[in-house]
Design a protein around this ligand. Sequence first.
Ligand SMILES: C[S@@+](CC[C@H](N)C(=O)[O-])C[C@H]1O[C@@H](n2cnc3c(N)ncnc32)[C@H](O)[C@@H]1O
Length: 341
Amino acid sequence: MKFIDLFAGIGGFRTGFERAGFECVFTSEIDSACQEVYEQNFGEKPFGDITKIEPEFLPDFDILLAGFPCQPFSISGRKLGFEDTRGTLFFNICQIIEQKQPSVVVLENVKHLIHHDKKRTFKVIIESLKNLGYKVSYKILNAKDFGVPQNRERIFIIASKYKIFDFSKLRKKTTPKLRDFLDNEGDFEILDKSEYTLIEQIREQETGLLFAGYRNKGTWRKGVRPNTEHLSRVHRQPNRIYSIDGVHPTIPSQETSGRFFIYIPEQDIVRKLTINECYRLMGFPENFKKHRRLSENYRQVGNSVAIPVIEEIAKSILKQNLLIDEPQTEIVGNLQMLLFS
Ligand SMILES: C[S@@+](CC[C@H](N)C(=O)[O-])C[C@H]1O[C@@H](n2cnc3c(N)ncnc32)[C@H](O)[C@@H]1O
């Protein structure tokens, strides 16, 4: 039950798999601030650049985990094999798979990956894994279905050697409310009433978000770092305020000043979500050690994974017996029956 943690960030994947009883035998992460946090929490400094890894020198493992950056491929050949992805980080993942032949590969990415480059990127990824001899399934999963009140959709691609992973077997939970994940006390940044407008009737959105109001024009730009306005959707809608009786929108990595504002009906106040609350919405343990710079924390936590989703995937891999070559077990069983009858 061993795994390797590639593009490890601050160890969201690792935490989920460890909770399910797996053991991490190798980690790679290029970013020094992430490496620092990883080392503080797991006691080992990740290997740096994945492109510098010689796959044959890796220890043996059963599962490869990777939340890899999405890059365009320039497909030259017609095969759609992983050779066509040369020069990308996905190519390095494939090289490791080819050399080490893990039983299961779990890849995670933004849901837009499906549509990236007129859907070609996704097609190449799936075909490459199939060409390496794997059975591939994928699904967009939302963190709010796994016990945390965050509307965070991510695509998961699971490739397995013996039996296809069945996403319908994942155990979902009822969506909790944001209010149950908040601190009751603290040094909260409360907005002045002149800074926002509440709408008359809170509007429930399909995603489970309860739209309560917006920050007034002129105030919402406060906290935007110069020249970063184009970076995320949050920069375009940072003025939206949601009620704590619903879920929270996706915590993005680009919002390094953490401009997430929530409405607390019983106190009739709007306040900023704290960084600790952000980590809680991702399922991190309360004692998780953070980076000393707040902006770094916002970047790291937004780049991470919702741990409860990962934990459920890990448990389901075990329950679905994906690490064992079942057909062979059956053949052995049949042979035994023949021999001993
Ligand atoms: C989307 S984040 C994954 C975060 C991780 N899943 C977590 O839970 O924190 C992708 C990570 O890949 C890392 N990365 C990018 N290029 C890399 C490379 N060449 N070698 C190793 N890591 C790399 C980035 O620094 C980033 O932390």
